[in-house]
Every structure is written in C-alpha cells, then in structure tokens.
Design a protein around this ligand. Structure first.
Ligand SMILES: NC(=O)c1ccc[n+]([C@@H]2O[C@H](COP(=O)([O-])OP(=O)(O)OC[C@H]3O[C@@H](n4cnc5c(N)ncnc54)[C@H](OP(=O)(O)O)[C@@H]3O)[C@@H](O)[C@H]2O)c1
Length: 433
C-alpha cells in the first residue's frame, strides 16, 4: 500500500455525485477502498451550482460553486465529472487532463460527441479517462469489452440501454395500455423527464450505441449521427400483435458487423422473439447482449440508472484510476479500426411488422398488396381487423431491404384508401438468440 493519498475532486452532487461521495466517505468500506485503490482516497472538494441546497451526507465544508477552479487545481489526482451536458463539462475535463489529472465521467452525451479527442488528450498527458457509467448505469459492460473481451472478435452488440423507454414498453406489454398513458405515468414516477425527447426519440440510446461500438469495433467517438427511430409511434395494438405472434417490442441499440468490412450502428424499436434473453428484460432494467466469434453469446443485465447503481460504476473507475496513479501508469486508449465501412440502415434486410389503417372497401387489400409486390417486399402473413368504418391491416413481411420497405410505405401513404400508416418495426432474426 502506498503512503500517498489520492486526492479527488467531484463536479456535481446530484443523483450520481451525491451517491458517489457517500460511497467514497463510507467509513465501513474504508479498508476495502484502500485495498482496491492501493492508497487512501480523499475527497478534497465538490462543485455544484447551488451552494445553498441542502445535501444530506455531504460535508458542507467541501462544497464550492467554482467548478472551473476545481477542474484547474493541479494538486488533484482525479477529477470526477458528474454534472452532465456537453459544455462546460468538456472544458473542465480538458483542463484537468491537460494538467495531468485523471478524469472519470458518466457523461454519455459528451463521450459520444468527442470521446476520441478526450481519450487522446488523456494519453498525451499520461493519465486516464474512464467512463464506465456512461452506458448501462451500474452494469460493468465497458470494462468487460475493454479488458475481458479485448482479444475477442465481436460480431454484434445488442442493447436495451434506455431504462425509460424499456419501462414504457414493458408497461404497455403487461397492461395493454397506450403509449401516452404510460409516458404520463413514467413522468409522474420520475422515470421520464418532463421533456422526454432524449429518451423516447432515442438520442440517449444512440449515444450509448456509439460508445459500445467504439469499444467493440474500434470506431471513433466524434459525434456521428446514426440511424435513430424512437418509440413515439408505437401503439397498444402493435404491442398486442407482437404478443400474439410470439414477440415483445423493445427499443434496441445495435452495433454489428455486416459482411467482412461493414458495420451497422443504429437504434430502433424491434420485435424480439419471446425466447431471446433480451425479451425478459423488464421495467427500467438495462441489458447488453454481446456475440463474440469464440465466446458465443454473453449478456449483462442490471440497473441502467439510479444514483447508487451508477455511482458503483463510477467508483470502480475511481479505484482503477487511483491504482494507476499509485503505480505511475495509465491505460492506453482503444485503437481505431479504420477498415470498417458504415452500412446505411436502408441497406439492411430483416422481416418487418407494418400496421396500416385503411378504408373498409372492396379492392383495397388488393391495391395495398400490389404496392408491397412492386417494391419486392413479400408478405409472410396478414391480419385484418375492423375498426369502425375502417380496417386495420397488420402485415409481417419476409426478409426485405429496409429501403424497399420505406419505399413501400411512402407509396402506400399516398393511396386514398390508406388513412394511417401505423408502426413499421423491424423483427429481430431468431438466429440472433
Ligand atoms: N442519474 C442516472 O441514473 C445516471 C445514469 C447514468 C449516467 N448518468 C450521468 O451522470 C451524470 C450526472 O447525472 P445526475 O443524474 O447525477 O444529474 P443531476 O442529478 O442533474 O446532478 C447534476 C449535478 O451537477 C451539478 N452541476 C450541473 N452543472 C454544473 C456546473 N456547470 N457547475 C457545477 N455543478 C454543476 C448540479 O448542481 P446543483 O445540485 O447545484 O443543481 C448537480 O449537483 C450525467 O452525465 C448523466 O448523464 C446519470
């Protein structure tokens, strides 16, 4: 054990920051923490916006409202950034790294936008940049990809990485309720923000897919836009159709090889066979399913959010960074694989579920079917149910290119007999289980 003390500054004492400070200052865990860090850890200051806010369990003498000054302190060993958002978090992290201070963050938005540049800066200054909690909250998936699976050729990563949308879809499945009803309930329970866009429009999940992809496939973190579809268009009837057909609907983040040199990164709702391990991930839980060439399928399941679970992942990073400070080393960033070509989502084939409300008149079904045929989208099964003067047609297609399905839907929506194009959801290949 080293004589030196590892000095930690924390920016942010919200859900995660306050839980982290509690863990770091828990006297009953002192020996375990010193063993893991190979040195005692001292929290020297905690920066927040509002110094007057009551913060139970936090020594008020440590609180400051000057985060910029804390980030610039040269006597820190580790800066923990738990404020969130891109700026000023990015500037604080750059300052600390530039001063030779290791950084731990849980900031997925920031890492997805400029993670490669920050990792490079850390490397240039011989320090660590760790961000385990940025994906899957308390699930230690990034470390698993970075270390345990470092030598494995990963074929595919599938993730349920947004707890809010999984909570909503799980409730819709178990109670048959509609999207808007469950969203309101999620907001009342604090599972969804007043403005839920980041979750329900899948921005949050997309950032996590980019981070997973960087570690699984060596792609850069430079703020790429990836194909993104949220869950706002999913109705109770879609969930019910999926159930009868032996599927559940989940918002799925995907990073997978396509052929020898292609990679697809995307997030969209998917119908998952009920016997796939991801189908049983309920409520606000997260899970990441990884297929390696030699390892076969692997899955991690756990609390994707919440102050305490997330803080345990942050603490693991702090202890790792502390050990490295004591031994005078740092982790080298993952290397970039420049040989992979990004494959557009439209070029990928899968079966689709498509729901259409049409006028209940003779000849309508034939004209709808002919549009499918004209775009080479072959129908595997069709269900028709009456809805007032209208009929709802629910199709399952055979495997078809997504761009052909898109063209089918565009043409269908222009037909007079078509009142509404409902959901259009990819069906996960049963071979993925
Ligand atoms: N919550 C989760 O379950 C979860 C899960 C995974 C990852 N994360 C990530 O963890 C980070 C923190 O999340 P959180 O839920 O703990 O957020 P939060 O509850 O909103 O807390 C944010 C904290 O940062 C402080 N803060 C914000 N901007 C600041 C600034 N410019 N200078 C100084 N302090 C500032 C706030 O101060 P005041 O208290 O004075 O307002 C607050 O203490 C985010 O990057 C988030 O994406 C969170």
């Amino acid at each position: 054990m080293s004589d030196r003390v590892i000095r930690v500054g924390v920016i942010g004492a919200g859900f995660v920051g306050s839980a982290l400070v509690e863990l770091l200052t828990d006297t009953s865990r002192h020996v375990a923490l010193v063993d893991a860090a190979t040195a005692p850890i001292e929290v020297v200051a905690i920066a927040v916006r509002d110094t007057l806010k009551r913060r139970d369990g936090i020594n008020s003498a440590l609180i400051t409202d000057d985060a910029a000054a804390l980030a610039a302190r040269p006597d820190l060993d580790i800066l923990v950034e738990l404020a969130g958002g891109v700026e000023p978090a990015r500037s604080y992290i750059e300052t600390a790294l530039g001063n030779g201070v290791s950084v731990v963050t849980a900031n997925k938005a920031l890492m997805a936008q400029c993670g490669t540049a920050l990792a490079q800066l850390a490397h240039e200054h011989g320090v660590d940049l760790f961000y385990e909690a940025a994906v899957g909250g308390g699930i230690p998936i990034l470390r698993a990809l970075r270390t345990s699976l470092a030598g494995e050729r990963i074929e595919r990563v599938l993730g349920i990485v947004n707890g809010t949308t999984n909570f909503i879809l799980s409730k819709m499945t178990s109670e048959g309720s509609d999207y808007h009803e469950v969203l309101a309930e999620a907001q009342a329970l604090g599972y969804a923000e007043a403005d839920p866009s980041a979750d329900v429009k899948a921005f949050d999940a997309a950032a996590k897919v980019l981070i997973l992809s960087s570690l699984a496939f060596g792609t850069e973190l430079t703020g790429d836009e990836i194909f993104r579809e949220g869950i706002t268009g999913i109705r109770a009837v879609d969930v019910e159709f999926a159930r009868r057909a032996g599927y559940v609907i989940k918002l799925l983040g995907v990073a997978e090889r396509v052929g020898e040199h292609g990679l697809s990164r995307r997030v969209h709702p998917a119908m998952i066979p009920v016997d796939h391990p991801l189908a049983s991930v309920h409520g606000a839980m997260n899970a990441v399913f990884v297929e390696g060439t030699k390892s076969g399928p692997l899955m991690w399941l756990g609390q994707g959010a919440g102050g305490q679970p997330t803080a345990t992942a942050v603490l693991g990073d702090v202890l790792d960074a502390a050990r490295n400070r004591v031994s005078g080393r740092h982790d080298v960033p993952f290397s970039v694989d420049g040989t992979l070509d990004m494959v557009e989502a439209g070029e990928l084939a899968s079966a689709f579920y498509i729901s259409i409300d049409v006028l209940d008149e003779p000849g309508v079904l034939a004209s709808v079917a002919s549009v499918f045929g004209a775009h080479r989208v072959s129908i595997q099964s069709m269900e028709q149910s009456g809805v007032g003067d209208e009929a709802r047609l629910s199709f399952l297609t055979h495997s078809a290119l997504a761009k052909d399905v898109r063209a089918t839907i565009d043409e269908l929506s222009a037909l007079d007999a078509v009142d509404l194009i409902g959901a259009c959801i990819r069906v996960l290949d049963r071979g993925a289980s």
